[in-house]
Design a protein around this ligand. Structure first.
Ligand code: AMP
Length: 180
């Protein structure tokens, strides 16, 4: 069980998160934020940019997913067709799928919609989901740019941006795609 080493955040219950998010966390039996969650969620909710480093399996996904969901659900924001409000970039399709699963679990009691964009599969379903409007987009860089070039995705409304495993994405040669 992860234990927070930050005395400022003792439980999720005491954090300034929306009720529907706390409910989802309780259902997952998460009580205590991990160190990266305790250190990043409060400043992220307050609107700060965050650079975080932590090993795999230490709860990084919730550390960025919870502030994103809290903002979108709290402000009752709706994405226009093709125009996500939050973008999470990940280096691999496997990671993108895992992240989307986390958004599904943590966002279960909110109305926030997400879409998963990655290559190696037919694009039709992804394009359809984006066209219906999805607040959160979790994408790998290659397929994202492909769909942007085809006019299926427009990033002009993105307010929240996450580079997950940024070091690995750079190692994999995604710098030009990330810049674009
Ligand atoms: P991650 O590093 O984001 O891949 O998370 C690693 C695992 O820890 C996942 O299976 C999460 O469901 C779980 N997890 C994340 N945060 C917590 C927490 N605060 N308490 C218990 N489990 C957690």
């Amino acid at each position: 069980t992860p234990v927070a080493n930050n005395s400022k955040a003792i439980s999720f219950e005491s954090m300034d998160l929306l009720g529907p998010l706390k409910r989802a966390l309780a259902e997952q039996n998460y009580e205590t934020p991990t160190p990266i969650q305790a250190q990043t969620i409060p400043p992220a909710i307050a609107g700060n940019d965050i650079l975080g480093c932590a090993q795999t399996g230490t709860g990084k996904t919730a550390a960025f997913a919870l502030p994103i969901l809290d903002y979108i659900a709290g402000e009752k924001l709706k994405a226009a067709p093709k125009r996500p409000l939050a973008l999470v970039l990940a280096p691999t399709r496997e990671l993108a799928i895992q992240i989307a699963d986390s958004f599904k679990v943590y966002g279960k009691h909110t109305k926030v919609r997400h879409v998963n964009i990655y290559g190696g599969v037919n694009q039709t379903g992804q394009v359809r989901t984006v066209a219906r409007g999805a607040e959160v987009m979790i994408a790998t860089p290659g397929r994202l740019i492909d769909l942007m070039d085809q006019g299926h995705i427009d990033l002009s409304d993105v307010e929240q941006f996450v580079l997950d495993e940024a070091d690995r994405m750079l190692d994999m040669g995604f710098l030009p795609a990330i810049k674009q």
